[in-house]
Design a protein around this ligand. Sequence first.
Ligand SMILES: Nc1ncnc2c1ncn2[C@@H]1O[C@H](COP(=O)(O)OP(=O)(O)OP(=O)(O)O)[C@@H](O)[C@H]1O
Ligand SMILES: [Mg+2]
Length: 416
Amino acid sequence: MTPLVLALQVAAHGTPPGLSAAARDVFHVADVITAFSYFAIATTLLVVVLRLRAQLPFRVVFVLFGAFIVLCGATHVMSTLTLGAQRDVIETATMVATAAVSLLTAVLLPRFVPRIEALVRDAQVAREREREKARADALAESNEALVAQAAALNDANAQLAESLRERQRLEGHLRQVQKMELMGRLASGVAHDFNNLLTVIQGNVDLVRDAVPASDPAAAYVEEIDQATKNATELTRRLLAFGRKAPARTERTTLDALLARERRLLQRALPSSMQLEVRSNHPDGFVQIDVNQVQQAILNLIVNARDATASAGRGASTVTIETGQVVVGPEAPPTSPPVAPGRYMTLSVQDEGTGISEEVRSHIFEPFFTTKEEGQGTGLGLAMIYEVMVQSGGGVQVESLMGRGSTFTLLLPRVA
Ligand SMILES: Nc1ncnc2c1ncn2[C@@H]1O[C@H](COP(=O)(O)OP(=O)(O)OP(=O)(O)O)[C@@H](O)[C@H]1O
Ligand SMILES: [Mg+2]
């Protein structure tokens, strides 16, 4: 556009009076450049107005400002052209229009100031909000990450606690096994010789009893010696059983068959006020057991049930023996000693006695642990059962409610 206007200017001769020819040329070139810039600015504004249309705030001001700039440009074009008499008219008209538009712009512009300020403030508030939201999003994200981390930590903690419990259980079992080992060795070392001595004592007591007439006051003493010897013999027998390592003779049988055989003996262990209820569920599995040992174990459980019932002050009550079977999985209740997952035949002895406190419960399988009065219990019954279970790959489950009673369940591995 500039060369065209320059050409126009060259063709024309209207130059400001009093200027040298060179200054005139510079004056015209500057005027042409100014006019071009004004038009270019106005064109840019027009493009903005057309592009944004409704979205553009203060459109009127933009349009007026555009018109103002166009007119300013026009005044400069005017000055480059020499149009004779018309020049004054056109130039004056252009100046009047410029004045009108600039005045209108100047009047209208202050009215838009509050809106411009509000717009700037809104934009700032919006930016602030966006920043706030970004911060909140980042916070929520890191919160989520924290929650996930906490959950992972919780899981790890639970696993750790579980493995700690498992470890404690195994350590407890190991301690028990070591104690049993020691007791076993001690028992078998002493019991055998002691039993021989008792045989001699018992034989002599029998001889003395025959020699002393029943009317003799010494007969009562002999009876006491006899009873004490029998008690000592029984204790030694149990110690010997306890010290025995391998099961003597195992046989393939069912727990129902064993119960049927021993029922009368078991009933005799209870006073007449107590009833023995046997519930044979006829489970179809077999066990491979030392029948004598298991029979002794059941007898021990019955005697314990009897004592617990007596301690609870319940004269007339029932002891229930029940047979069944169970599949032990990873989540099964604990047994003493722990058993491997698999199929087991069960025999439980349930009483309505005192129940067992948590504290007592953690010791009941320890050799010589007893809560009974001196002379009433040796604390070997459950230790012996534990040993039998170790030898037969089984375990004992204990359930108990204080004041309500206890259930001891023997789990013995099922065999084909
Ligand atoms: N059915 C039960 N109810 C309540 N407590 C029981 C029961 N069975 C065992 N206990 C508790 O466990 C302890 C240990 O029992 P365990 O049979 O080993 O020894 P004991 O019965 O005391 O003596 P013994 O050697 O004569 O059997 C008992 O003293 C008693 O406190
Ligand atoms: Mg006992």
